[in-house]
Design a protein around this ligand. Sequence first.
Ligand SMILES: [Zn+2]
Length: 156
Amino acid sequence: MRHDQIVKDTSTQSTMDHTHGHTGPEPASEAANDTGERAIWPSMRRGWRNKCPRCGNGSLLKGYLTVAKSCPVCKLDYSHHRADDGPAYLTILIVGHLMAPLLHVVFVTWRPEPLILFTIFAVGCVALSLYLLPRLKGTIVGFQWARGMGGFATHG
Ligand SMILES: [Zn+2]
C-alpha cells in the first residue's frame, strides 16, 4: 500500500461519498448497517480486534496474518482489501520510534552489559512486532473498508 495510493483513493472517495447528507450523530449500535456511512474509527477498532469491520462479529484473519475470504457472520467479501506492506511499514515505524530512544535511555542510565542489552531489546522488538503486526493489518483493512477503497467502494 503506497501513500500516494491512499491520498488518491481518499480524494476520489470524498467527492463521491458526500452525496447523502448525513449530519446527525452515528447510531451507537454495532449491528450491520451498510446503508449509512461507514464510520472510520469503529471500523478500525474492529479491525484491531481481528473482527469484521462491518459487523464486528466475524473474525477478519484466519491464522496469524492471512485475511479470510469473507466474514463468516455478515458475508462481507474481504478480498477487496489492499493492505499489502502497509502493516509491516507501520509496525517498523512504531517499534523503531519506541525502541531507538528507549535503547538510548537504558544505555545511558544503567550501562548494562552489551549482551544483556542486546538480548532484552532483541526479544522486546520481536515481541512487540509480533503483537502489532496482525492488529495493524486489521486496522488497515478496517480503514480501507470504511473509506470504500478499492473494491470495497462497490462491494460490501
Ligand atoms: Zn461481518
